[in-house]
Design a protein around this ligand. Sequence first.
Ligand code: ATP
Ligand code: MN
Length: 318
Amino acid sequence: SLVAEIEFRGWTGDDRLRHAAFKGLREDKTVREIVRERPADAPARARPAGAGTAAVAQVRKRTAGEVAGVGLTHPDRVLWPDAGLTKQGLAEYYEAVAEWVLPQLVDRPLSLVRCPNGAEAGCFFQKHSWAGLGKSIGRQTVTEENGDAEEVLFIRDLAGLVSLVQSSVLEIHPWGARMADVERADRIVMDLDPGEGVAFPDVMTAAREVRERLAAAKLESFCKTTGGKGLHVVVPLAGPAGWAETKAFAKSLADGMAADSPGRYLAKASKSARRGLIYVDYLRNGRGATAVAAYSTRARPGAPVSLPVRWDELVAGF
Ligand code: ATP
Ligand code: MN
């Protein structure tokens, strides 16, 4: 009944639009004149558009099933059915934000959430290599001071990131440390987890309070959504710090908030005591602990991403 202009990258095998963007209604066109358009070199098999849809297409030509030189098997597999986001679409998203996401990921040990059947079924955490691991995904054995050795995975570039997509990685969780220096933290992450009954504006207030306490310690922080329920406050460190020192500092910050506002904050991981309170989780700051990367998607309904927000954007209703 309406004619809209939609810009998109292509059609999936099951007739969904890939990377669709609404450009506006076309009141200058009638529904009757809209047919499914085909590129000139494709067989001319005109098909009427579905009821209520119209596409004035601007298809950017590219090889489906390949992004950044990495082949994708089943590029049309829908990973988030509710958002209609496919494997190819996910790879193209990371290609589009590569400049922002890669500095969050490159040369850090990674924990991965893999969902071979899409975001809504059977996801699992994976930290070690698997059969069929892409060749642009690095692996290295790191040894703790006590001699314990562990294999960690990392990427170097966009090809590595697309290889993760190829393996149905829907969430990427880096350590707060670099491959070259895994025994020291290069950032602090304070994870704010609202318990049941906590309104989101109270989580924003908590993030601002974390920021003020960090500023009092001469540390500048930024805030990001998690793609889930809470917020993360992140401090990129000017120089790396030992894990024990980093975790002790993060704990003292969380303890200080819980001691000063026991009716709002909790610094202990007890799930039962969390109702109505915000858990200030400082445990993201240990060796091997992770937090979701900024710009990573989440394997949750709607294909949300963890997104940095400016402090002045962090207002009710954002
Ligand atoms: P939310 O805002 O919904 O809390 P979140 O990413 O902070 O989103 P949490 O459940 O608070 O989710 O977990 C914090 C972090 O702990 C995660 O980002 C992840 O890096 C790590 N984590 C959670 N579950 C696991 C797990 N099963 N294995 C490894 N790491 C995990
Ligand atoms: Mn959290």
